[in-house]
Design a protein around this ligand. Structure first.
Ligand SMILES: Cc1cc2nc3c(=O)[nH]c(=O)nc-3n(C[C@H](O)[C@H](O)[C@H](O)COP(=O)(O)OP(=O)(O)OC[C@H]3O[C@@H](n4cnc5c(N)ncnc54)[C@H](O)[C@@H]3O)c2cc1C
Length: 687
């Protein structure tokens, strides 16, 4: 057991969790620790008496009708919303949990999946000879591109995503093997390889073009970039950045997580990457700008330095990456088709606001655009991205300042993508870019992705190139040229794209003119998307700033199981499908805890979650909730040597939020907490 004499929660002792999960756990445990320290009827953590695991069995409630039907509203038919519904189906099947859900989606059915969005180019006529409108699936084998999520590394952190793929019967089909290409062409929804690097990848910075195999990073000297200290000019830019975080990665590996977390929170979390590199690494201004331009893109270094360290610890460059044949939206179609009640998804139902019905905050009224009467639910899973959530009227939910602040100000990143359909795969035929991968430049298009899913297609037939993938300020800027009804009204964008594309792939003016002429002739059509201009996403993905994870994250994941915020931002794996899935599991667990007193099935399911018996992908509770050694009583409970069950942190957080709502204040007044508030805990202490 750890040293409890300090004023912070005990250290994180477990090493096998992902670093992001450990970070999330660290942030959330502080709140439980503070609560326990200040509530006099609870054990004193300073004396080594830690908060016990609460009894998973809830006080019997004779008034309640056990096994009652519970009505649940799910806002959003993206990954997290659909997965919440699938998890309830699983719980119905295995525990007889009687939950009736409705999924309210603001967009039409063509946008099922939210940020799982595959755009398909038109090229077919229907039987009457009319053009099939853009965006309709089933047009050409590979004449699409993924506007949102597009690739998935097969690593431990993504285990739940791959478990979902298995659940949805999405088989691996390795098209890198010639035999498979001949005998086993991929079917929609199968997983095919995705290559991050390959031969003949162009890089163009400072108007100097260098062609690499994507593995070696050229230096500033190679690109004739001036104004930098001599030692910087000769160095590999990614190694330069790595050298600055190596102190923390070394600390993690040698001194262990406790030293690592202490050091990261005390010395680094409050810095942005830019501030850290200026004040601690003493890099000069030009060097930082150069590293940012080479490694990521403008304003990327405004994120928290701690996030960058965690990213570096998590990233596995040797992983095998996969993408989905037919596009990632196939995942959403398969999820929909797997639902027991696919008709539960209601499209064009924009949620405008929510309010608790009663003073005990047990039911929620949801106002939907165009409907006279609110819909009433026992609980609501809110998966709208934070910017879209902020547009809802949530006053009636009695959110506290911390949650309101988190919804309003947690960092959310920009991203744009532009896909162009050409008459042929000229990048393979003319330039030998035959392995997929990506080209990079300091021009506005920034990153050009050569799809792996079409690299074995006939080169003389039409195909799509993701000519531009941008983030942060570069996305905001190119976004100024993207119209809401792309490809209409985008003449200027088209000029920029064809210019940059030809420049990226050539090294002389003559070759540039030649390639520009070719690709202009080859151009068929395009589709561009700016995620910040989409009112249902208002940004691309969570991108936390300095101190935000530590201080704001707990406020969006805390819930007493009635209004539950889910979605990738409310997880420790931002910008990944796995984060959306994890948030849904956490949300369902919070829901089960809340309803365990009234529903026998919910109680049994909650107990199985707590005992880690619910299999992937529907369980277990996300790893950050596994770190509960510090919230048990080591000396007074007879089985204290056994760690608290998984999910205990969720339960403690839910209890604190319920007390706050009962008290009606912005924060819990710890002096007013009474025995009944913490009854499940005290039962165990007294046992
Ligand atoms: C450009 C880009 C690239 C990405 N690349 C990858 C990748 O390669 N691999 C990976 O794993 N992940 C990737 N991601 C991340 C991944 O797509 C997301 O993490 C995940 O899809 C988010 O799911 P969600 O359910 O949290 O949110 P969403 O998918 O955004 O779902 C939220 C839903 O709520 C709806 N909604 C919003 N407001 C309302 C309202 N008022 N009323 C009703 N409904 C509403 C929206 O229309 C939407 O359907 C990428 C994301 C982007 C944007």
């Amino acid at each position: 057991m750890s040293d409890q004499s300090q004023d912070s929660p005990p250290p994180v002792p477990i090493q096998e969790l992902s670093h992001r999960s450990q970070w999330a756990s660290f942030a959330m445990r502080k709140e439980v620790w503070d609560f326990q320290r200040n509530v006099s009827i609870l054990p004193d953590p300073k004396k080594g008496e830690l908060l016990p695991a609460s009894d998973t069995r809830h006080p019997e409630n004779p008034e309640s009708s056990r096994g009652q039907k519970l009505r649940v509203g799910i806002i959003g038919a993206g990954v997290s919303g659909l997965f919440t519904a699938l998890t309830f189906d699983y719980l119905r099947e295995h525990y007889d949990l009687d939950v009736e859900y409705e999924i309210l989606e603001a967009n039409g059915d063509e946008r099922l999946g939210g940020r799982l969005y595959t755009y398909c180019f038109k090229d077919k006529k229907d039987e009457k000879g009319n053009n099939i409108p853009p965006g309709v699936p089933d047009v050409g084998p590979h004449e699409y591109y993924d506007v949102g999520a597009m690739r998935f590394p097969d690593i431990e952190i993504m285990a739940r995503t791959f478990a979902l793929f298995k659940e949805l019967d999405m088989q691996f089909n390795n098209q890198d093997i010639e035999e498979n290409r001949k005998n086993n062409p991929p079917k929609k929804g199968q997983l095919v390889p995705c290559h991050l690097n390959g031969e003949n990848q162009p890089m163009l910075y400072n108007s100097v073009q260098i062609v690499t195999d994507g593995k070696k990073s050229p230096t500033a000297a190679d690109f004739e970039i001036t104004g930098l200290p001599i030692e910087i000019t000769q160095s590999n830019p990614s190694e330069l950045f790595d050298s600055q975080i190596s102190y923390y990665t070394y600390l993690y590996k040698t001194a262990g997580p406790r030293m690592f977390w202490n050091s990261l929170t005390k010395t680094a979390d409050h810095y942005s990457v830019r501030q850290y590199l200026t004040q601690i690494a003493s890099y000069d201004y030009n060097t930082i700008e150069f590293l940012e331009a080479m490694n990521f893109g403008n304003r990327w270094y405004d994120q928290a330095f701690s996030e960058a360290v965690l990213e570096a610890l998590d990233f596995d460059p040797k992983a095998k990456w996969w993408c989905v044949e037919g596009g990632s939206q196939q995942i959403a179609y398969r999820m929909r088709d797997r639902l027991q009640h696919a008709q539960a998804i209601e499209y064009k139902k924009r949620v405008l606001g929510m309010s608790y019905v009663d003073k005990d905050c047990q039911q929620i009224d949801v106002t939907v655009q165009g409907e006279d009467k609110p819909r009433r639910f026992d609980a609501v899973f809110n998966s709208a991205p934070l910017g879209a959530m902020q547009q809802m009227s949530l006053e009636g939910l009695r959110l506290n300042w911390g949650t309101k602040q988190a919804i309003r100000s947690l960092g959310y990143g920009a991203s744009c993508k532009i896909g162009v359909r050409f008459k042929s795969l000229w990048w393979i035929e003319k330039l030998g870019i035959k392995d997929g991968g990506q080209g990079k430049t300091d021009l506005p298009i920034r990153c050009c992705v050569y799809p792996s899913y079409n690299m074995h297609d006939p080169v003389d037939k039409p195909g799509v190139l993701l000519v531009s993938y941008t983030w942060s300020q570069e996305a905001e800027r190119i976004g100024a040229l993207i119209s809401r009804d792309s490809p209409a009204n985008e003449d200027e964008l088209k000029l920029v794209v064809l210019h940059d594309l030809a420049r990226l792939h050539t090294s002389t003016d003559a070759a540039f003119e030649d390639l520009k002429r070719t690709i202009t002739e080859e151009y068929l059509d395009h589709y561009a998307y700016n995620w910040y201009a989409d009112p249902t996403s208002v940004g691309a993905f969570a991108f936390f700033g300095p101190g935000q994870f530590q201080n704001m994250y707990p406020s969006i994941v805390q819930s007493h199981g009635k209004h539950i915020i889910i979605g990738e931002a409310a997880s420790s794996h931002h910008a990944w499908v796995v984060g959306a899935l994890e948030s849904a599991v956490r949300g369902v667990y919070q829901f089960l805890w809340q309803h365990a007193g009234a529903s026998e099935a919910a109680r049994r399911a909650a107990e199985d979650y707590a005992a880690d018996k619910v299999p992937m992908p529907f369980g277990p509770v996300p790893a950050e909730y596994d770190r509960t050694q510090d919230i048990r009583v080591p000396s007074t409970v007879k089985d204290a040597a056994v760690p608290s069950p998984k999910g205990e942190l969720v339960r403690q957080q839910a209890m604190i939020e319920e007390i706050r709502l009962k008290q009606g204040g912005d924060v819990v007044d710890t002096s007013k907490v009474v025995k009944e508030d913490v009854a499940p805990i005290l039962t165990v202490v007294n046992a």
